[in-house]
Write a protein that binds this ligand. Sequence first.
Ligand SMILES: Cc1cc2nc3c(=O)[nH]c(=O)nc-3n(C[C@H](O)[C@H](O)[C@H](O)COP(=O)(O)O)c2cc1C
Length: 197
Amino acid sequence: MVRYYSNIVGKYGKFVQKALKKLESFEISTICSTHGPVWREKTAEVIDIYDRLSRYEPLDDGVTIVYGSMYGNTEQMAEAAADGLAAAGVRDISVLNASNTDLSYIIADIFRHRGLVIAAPTYSDGLFPPVAAVMEAIAVRGVQNREVLLLGSHTWSQQAIKVMTAHIEASGLSTVADAVSAKHAPAPDVLTQCRQS
Ligand SMILES: Cc1cc2nc3c(=O)[nH]c(=O)nc-3n(C[C@H](O)[C@H](O)[C@H](O)COP(=O)(O)O)c2cc1C
C-alpha cells in the first residue's frame, strides 16, 4: 500500500488532505483506490496511513540509504553509514542500490522512513544518473520532513555533493550533518565519518 500511495498519489498530498477532511463524517467500510488495492478490512488503519503519508510524515524511525556506485567507492561509504546506524540501534535500515533497484521500491522506503542517506559519485562533472533519477523523484513528490545525510565521491571535482545539496535545498529538505566527501576510494577516516554522521 505504501508503494502504491507513494509512487502514484505521493505528489498530491494536499489534495488527499482535502479529500480526507471531506470524508471525516462518513463511516467508511470499503476503500476502492482508483488503480490500487481495495481495502474491506482495516479501513481506519489505512486512512490513518494515508493521512500520515499525505502530510509527508514518516511512518517509522527507519533509515533508507540509497546509493549509486561505479567501482564500489560510494558503496563502501553507504555500507559504513549502515554500520554506524545499526551500531546506534536503528533497526530498520534499507540499503538500496539505485542502479538495480526499481525506483518504486526506493520511493516507498523514502516515504516510510524518517532518515534518508543519499550517496553518489561524481559523473561527467555532475551527479551519477541513477541517483539523479532518485533526486528528481523526491522533488516531483515534494517529500518533506526527512533527516537527510549526503555522501559523495569524486576524483578531481566534487560535483555530486554540490548537485545533491542544490536538489535538497530546492526541495525544502534539510540535512542533519555536513556532507561526507571522499576522493576516489574512501580513506579510513572518511569511512569513520560516514559511520559517525
Ligand atoms: C564515467 C565516469 C565519469 C566520471 N566523471 C568524473 C568527474 O566528472 N569528476 C570527478 O571528479 N570524477 C569523475 N569520475 C571519477 C569518480 O567519481 C570516482 O572514481 C568515484 O570515486 C567513483 O565512485 P564509485 O566507485 O562509487 O562509482 C568519473 C568516473 C567515471 C567512471
